[in-house]
Design a protein. Structure first.
Ligand code: GCU
Length: 599
């Protein structure tokens, strides 16, 4: 009885943690690549600062004269023990681990400095970061611009009054140390790449600009476009126009007291789908601002245990992908790098990718959209998060909000995921039900899920038990029968009974192997063992997992993880990839390619 009451309270949303606003977060400017920008990418000076002497004094208290002051000295009357301009340089964007041998395994603080010219234009200026892993503090010309926590979502600070005509400098303290109350917490199965990992730029906007907008098909209605645009200022009576030339649409609405204009437009656009990834040029304009975008129009819904794209059942032929470049590792920040991974997924006959376990770059999302690949996008609420901490909840909520804010117009994103493999408890249910209701408040159109876990009914009968089944649209779960749960012969005996009557996605399955290691007797770590695991899993899904609407095997490519230390087999890599980190396709890749051809 207690459990039913608890689920009811979750459904009623009565149990949600209150969330303090994360300090320093300023409203995100959307569609940054369509704005007037001055790139700050390139070579930045850097200083490694393991004990954070640049921020704390010898009593471990915040210092007034930290590195961020960047004072100039004459070494006669004044001196200092740091200097950026004579320090070495590294490329931004890019994680520091793959750029400098001495930083390969570095976790800690690193300081960056970039000098740049700026010519005042009378416009407002924001400093935008595509991502900084994990904790970033930013100063412009020695004055604080803001703070941000979270390693995979964009953030921006207004710097209009911090800039001067001519030469300026920006200094950033990035700290990627793991901590118990962080999101993710201290333990996660991927490499903790640190640094300014995505684009950095100045963005110029008018004093009153179009801060955010959403232009999508109405939920479940392929003949109505609903749009909402919000000005940076709370101004009523401003005219905002939405134009879609190819559909001969030009519609103007007037903002309300909050500066919000809403539109409902009858239209019959060509619907985006994996075979026809149609994008429409869209322009949103006000009396002072104009933003262009490319928008996909599609609907996504569920019906019983089916997932419907544009009202038609679709099987999600997916694969999990970590944000790590195809050859040689490191965080991805370019469209070309994203394309390589997505092209491998297409070769495997995928129409869907689970971008694990955190928001990937905007380049990855937009390239997938152009290639006709649907996306599951996720925040790193992973494993043993501190469910009792309000600050941790605020952090997770902020990252979730930044992910949705950035990508709300990407029609290929069909699922928002709030967690991965999280241990059951009342506190965890409260925390995640709060994230789910927040997700729906930010975006009522996309499906919501999380990667749950399997449970044994008996030796060979399995299910999923999770209170949150009542709150999600899709029941997704990770299972490793044949790897962590028995050997491949067990796969032939297992059947599934999942009682929730919703579409099911197997959001992870697979096993490790070393590309090129062959064993006729199918020994563990061999390609033959991994291929057999996938062949048997496909048969199990087809024959004994009713309600299956998609799978995302774990995962596309071998990737770096400090949790994988088996000499000669792993050597710091998780080898569940269907492709090696050198681009070598394993036998299992072709098993999946064939199976997906039958779906
Ligand atoms: C888990 C987890 C993954 C991890 C995988 C593995 O399911 O979600 O992040 O890498 O198992 O053990 O390889």
């Amino acid at each position: 009885m207690k459990k039913q009451l608890f689920i009811l309270s979750l459904l009623l949303g009565s149990i949600t943690l209150s969330a303090q606003e994360t300090p320093g977060s300023t409203p995100l400017i959307q569609n940054i690549y369509a704005r007037e920008t001055q790139s700050l990418n390139g070579y930045w000076n850097y200083l490694m600062d393991q004990q954070e002497i640049g921020y704390y004094n010898y009593r471990n208290l915040p210092s007034e004269d930290g590195f961020f002051k960047d004072v100039q000295v004459d070494n006669v009357t004044t001196w200092k023990e740091y200097d950026f301009d004579s320090a070495p340089v590294m490329r931004v964007p890019g994680d520091w681990n793959t750029q400098k041998p001495e930083l390969y395994n570095y976790e800690g603080t690193l300081w960056y400095k970039k000098k740049f010219p700026y010519k005042k234009s009378g416009k407002r200026v924001f400093l935008y970061f595509g991502a900084a892993n994990y904790d970033a503090k930013v100063w412009v010309n020695g004055r604080k611009a803001g703070d941000h926590v979270g390693g995979f979502t964009p953030f921006n600070f207004e710097v209009t009054d911090l800039l001067r005509e001519g030469e300026n400098s920006v200094i950033v303290k990035v700290d990627n140390k793991r901590s118990l109350d962080a999101v993710p917490t201290v333990n996660f199965d991927w490499f903790n790449y640190g640094g300014l990992t995505r684009d950095v730029m100045l963005v110029e906007v008018p004093s009153c600009f179009i801060q955010t907008y959403r232009i999508q098909l109405d939920k479940g209605n392929t003949r109505r476009i609903v749009a909402r645009a919000k000005l940076s200022e709370r101004r009523a009576g401003e005219k905002i126009t939405v134009e879609i030339p190819e559909l001969k649409i030009s519609r103007t609405a007037t903002t309300d007291a909050d500066g919000v204009a809403s539109f409902s437009i009858e239209a019959t656009p060509t619907l985006w789908n994996p075979d026809v990834p149609k994008l429409y040029d869209v322009v949103i304009s006000s009396s002072t601002d104009r933003v262009a975008d490319q928008i996909a129009f599609r609907t996504i819904a569920t019906r019983g245990q089916e997932i419907l794209l544009n009202g038609q059942p679709i099987f999600l032929k997916g694969v999990c992908i970590h944000d790590e470049a195809a050859y040689g590792g490191g965080r991805i920040y370019s469209t070309d790098e994203a394309h390589i991974l997505l092209q491998w997924a297409k070769e495997m006959n995928c129409n869907f990718v689970r971008l694990a376990h955190y928001p990937h770059s905007e380049q990855m999302i937009r390239e997938a959209e152009r290639m006709g690949i649907m996306v599951w996008s996720e925040v790193p609420v992973y494993w043993t998060i501190n469910w009792e901490s309000e600050a941790t909840f605020a952090n997770a909520k902020n990252q979730l909000g930044e992910m949705i804010e950035r990508d709300q117009n990407r029609g290929n994103i069909i699922i928002w995921s709030v967690a991965n493999e999280t241990p059951h408890s009342d506190a965890r249910d409260r925390f995640l039900s709060g994230l789910i209701s927040y997700t729906r408040s930010k975006d009522a159109t996309r499906l919501v899920s999380l990667a749950m876990e399997r449970h044994d009914i008996s030796e060979n009968e399995m299910t999923v038990q999770d209170n949150l089944h009542a709150l999600v649209d899709v029941v997704s779960f990770n299972q490793y029968v044949g790897w962590y749960v028995g050997r491949n012969d067990k796969i032939d005996r297992v059947s599934w009974k999942i009682p929730y009557g919703k579409p099911i996605i197997v959001s992870e399955y697979g096993g490790e192997c070393v590309a090129g290691y062959h064993s006729p007797e199918k020994k563990i770590w061999s390609e033959e063992y991994q291929a057999e695991l996938y062949a048997k899993s496909a048969r199990m899904f087809d024959e004994r997992l009713p309600g299956l609407a998609g799978t995302t095997p774990w995962l596309l490519k071998d990737y770096r993880s400090p949790r994988r230390v088996m000499p000669n087999m792993q050597d710091g890599y998780n080898r569940k990839g269907l492709v090696s980190e050198h681009g070598q396709k394993k036998q299992a890749f072709y098993v999946m390619q064939q199976w997906y051809k039958t779906k």
